[in-house]
Design a protein around this ligand. Structure first.
Ligand code: 2BA
Length: 107
């Protein structure tokens, strides 16, 4: 089973490309623990020999992006001064986990 966490903007193109390749996929709405922004988790159940083809579709469809994050201000002592400035974070293309499946059934 391939579990891919991808940018929300890439998710539709990715599921379309997977369906074009006749792979069955499920899209879950998720959000990142760090940025707290929406992303998508795509689950694809495939045979072992199809994993590389699925990874190649994910590589083609998912692109890395830079996003700006506003850091939390620190706890300040009286008289201290904090000038907030956004940090650049690179997100994606895709974070992919490949997991073995003990049993699969469609009932
Ligand atoms: P987020 O947790 O919102 O993370 C977004 C991006 O922020 C990450 O991009 C990474 O560049 C940065 N980042 C995350 N945690 C950080 C930290 N503690 N310090 C500094 N920078 C940090 P990606 O690595 O491409 O991850 C994109 C999304 O994939 C993540 O969104 C999360 O939803 C998921 N993800 C990444 N690694 C994961 C893991 N090991 N387990 C589960 N989900 C993961």
């Amino acid at each position: 089973m391939v579990v891919a966490i991808v940018h929300a903007e890439d998710a539709s193109a990715l599921t379309d490309a997977l369906l074009d390749g006749e792979y069955r996929a499920t899209r879950l709405h998720s959000s990142g623990g760090f940025l707290k922004q929406s992303n998508a988790t795509i689950i694809v159940g495939v045979e072992d020999e199809q994993v590389e083809a699925v990874l190649s579709i994910i590589r083609d469809q998912c692109h890395s992006r830079t996003q700006l994050v506003n850091p939390m201000p620190p706890i300040m002592e009286p008289g201290e001064f904090f000038l907030p400035y956004p940090l650049e974070v690179e997100v994606g293309g895709a974070t992919v986990f490949v997991l073995p499946v003990d049993r699969f059934e469609r009932l």
